[in-house]
Design a protein around this ligand. Structure first.
Ligand code: ASP
Length: 595
């Protein structure tokens, strides 16, 4: 009974008409949100991606056949309605953009019927996410998701405009690549033509964008799909999108400059947020020391304080022991929280333990000046007072301490700081604090692999002033790498690349690759570098996360049209699936019997 479009043309989207169109004949098409049959008069709310328009069917304006069709409409039927716009006769609805008008119908076609959807197609529903994802095509009809995807499209368009005006060329790089594992696990695709061989899906276009610089394209960008087969985490997607870019003949400041202007434009034109330029910069070292994190949320204080020297040699073994072992003792001051119930302090201890702390030492400076502390019996009155003083502790404050290796101390206090901010609502939702974090360590020691691994990637340039340390103290070498942080979230990162053979070779050597191994993996890049390489640098944004923050969403899945869930499966299509034996045969693949 679905009718065709023959001879029919949509003139407007539902919410693209206004009181200025009163008297005009228009044709709108969309889904039935709601219908109320009041006997001789039927009210229908018709919805499309622009919004909702109220339509009035009345016998005096429409044929009998037309009225009969209107009577048949149910939720989510698809209809085309022609009629005349008029100011609304009944009460004005201030909740919708078209709340002061209605469409007086004089013709209707039912373009499609619909079964009752498994959940209401409305904003902010409480339906379980599993059900929403199973029927994602219905979920995507809801205004909140439509707004998110419209914003996503707008940001992509603005990015293309801006970068193209800045002389960047949009160039695609291959999806079927060679596996060059470094960092995450690759997704592999078996080759039919070369049995036993595999392509890898790109974790990022890194090598190809560097090759484009070698080839003289000067400025490249791409809104690129990337794939990483990482361990399951709630807010990770196996495939995600980057705004990826690379520039030739530049140094850090050039990359930062163009990106600050890009961010300013994107945030102004999509969510009307003014970013003041230049965006502040902070070294990795300072970020760790002040915030215990390389992506500090600077919307609130509660900074870490180093009290190592204050407690060195004190009677509290947890503190003095950590110092003796080359670690540190640091604390944060939760202002005004001295009266926090014991139970809540215990739950903070649990948080601290998940980040490697053995316990959590605390001091409550009570309003009457008395002290409640987990370790007061180990300190003299005097030692306690100098510790409180070092923490700027005042009556009413709760002081929390971690004592361990620096790495653990930072991790524990950095995360406690976030936990407390969350509980105490310290971070203003309407504030957008951007920050560049710079001078990352070039290497990270991997306990698992018992070798240095690249903190960013193996093509990242050491800081010129640290190159001499490569041989003597690799752990101290800083990189020309930078991350862009928004409210404690890393939204992008990049680096200046190595363009000198000798530095690159040294880098591979430090990472524990022989020359042969390096050539085996990255030979095409290393060979290309023999033929004239411009100094180059770049950056990539996590596009999904950026949109999530712009749209004020909690989950990355709400800004991706067809996301996967935590175990990397798709509840709608049931991907991944078992394939036919014939397909496997062609690929020369045999599945091991499941145990
Ligand atoms: N390719 C890098 C990444 O995915 C970004 C960059 O260095 O440009 O993190």
């Amino acid at each position: 009974m679905a009718e065709s479009m023959k001879g029919l043309h949509r003139t407007h989207r539902c919410a693209e008409v206004s009181v200025n169109d009163a008297g005009k004949t228009v044709t709108v098409m969309g889904w039935v949100q709601k219908n109320r049959n009041k006997g001789g008069i039927i009210f229908v709310d018709l919805r499309d991606r622009s919004g909702i328009l109220q339509i009035v069917f009345e016998g005096k304006n429409i044929s009998e056949e037309g009225f009969a069709k209107a009577e048949k409409l149910r939720s989510e039927y698809v209809a085309a309605v022609t009629g005349v716009i008029q100011p609304r006769q009944g009460a004005v609805n201030t909740n919708i953009a078209t709340g002061d008008i209605e469409l007086i119908a004089n013709d209707i076609r039912i373009l499609s019927e619909a079964e009752t959807p498994p959940f209401p197609i409305e904003e902010g529903i409480k339906t379980k996410e599993e059900l929403r994802l199973k029927y994602r095509y219905l979920d995507l009809r809801r205004p909140d998701l439509q707004r998110n995807l419209i914003m996503r499209s707008k940001v992509a368009t603005l990015t293309r405009q801006f970068l193209s005006d800045e002389g960047f060329l949009e160039i695609e790089t291959p999806i079927l690549n060679k596996s060059t594992p470094e960092g995450a696990r690759d997704y592999l695709v078996p080759s039919r033509v070369h049995p036993g061989n595999f392509y890898a899906l790109p974790q990022s276009p890194q090598l190809f964008k560097q090759l484009l610089m070698v080839s003289g394209y000067d400025r490249y960008f791409q809104i690129a799909k990337c794939f990483r087969d990482e361990d399951l985490r709630a807010d990770r997607q196996p495939e995600f999108t980057q705004i990826d870019m690379e520039m030739s003949f530049v140094d850090i400041d050039d990359v930062i400059d163009v990106n600050e202007r890009l961010l300013k434009k994107l945030f102004k034109e999509t969510i009307d947020v003014d970013i003041e330029l230049p965006i502040p910069r902070m070294t990795y070292k300072e970020a760790m020391e002040r915030f215990g994190s390389d992506k500090p949320d600077t919307r609130f204080g509660m900074e870490l304080k180093d009290v190592t020297e204050v407690v060195r040699g004190c009677g509290f073994g947890v503190f003095s022991g950590a110092v003796e072992n080359g670690g540190s003792v640091r604390g944060i001051n939760a202002k005004g929280q001295a009266a926090m119930p014991r139970k809540k302090i215990d739950s903070l201890t649990d948080v601290a333990k998940t980040y490697g702390a053995k316990g959590l030492a605390y001091v409550c400076v009570m309003d009457d000046g008395s002290i409640k502390s987990s370790f007061s019996k180990f300190l003299s009155e005097e030692e306690m007072q100098s510790l409180i003083k070092a923490m700027d502790g005042e009556a009413g404050d709760l002081l929390l301490f971690a004592a361990d290796k620096d790495k653990v101390v930072y991790d524990v206090l950095g995360n406690l700081r976030l936990e407390l901010a969350d509980r105490l609502n310290l971070a203003d939702k309407d504030t957008y604090n951007f920050l560049w974090v710079t001078e990352f360590p070039l290497f990270e020691w991997s306990e698992e692999q018992n070798r240095y691994v690249a903190m960013h990637h193996p093509f990242t340039m050491p800081m010129e002033e640290d190159i001499d340390l490569l041989d003597t103290e690799p752990g101290r070498v800083r990189a020309k790498a930078y991350d862009i942080i928004l409210n404690g979230n890393e939204i992008g990162g990049g680096s200046v690349r190595i363009h000198q053979d000798d530095v690159q070779e040294k880098m591979f050597e430090k990472l524990g690759f022989t020359k042969e191994q390096a050539y085996e993996r990255f030979g095409f890049l290393l060979n290309a570098f023999k033929y004239g390489v411009p100094p180059h640098a770049g950056l990539a944004y996590g596009f999904d996360r950026m949109i999530m923050l712009m749209a004020g969403q909690e989950s990355i899945r709400d800004v991706i049209a067809f996301p996967k869930i935590k175990d990397a499966s798709c509840l709608m299509s049931d991907a991944p699936n078992v394939v036919d034996d014939i397909q496997l045969d062609e690929l020369g693949i045999q599945i091991k019997e499941e145990e």
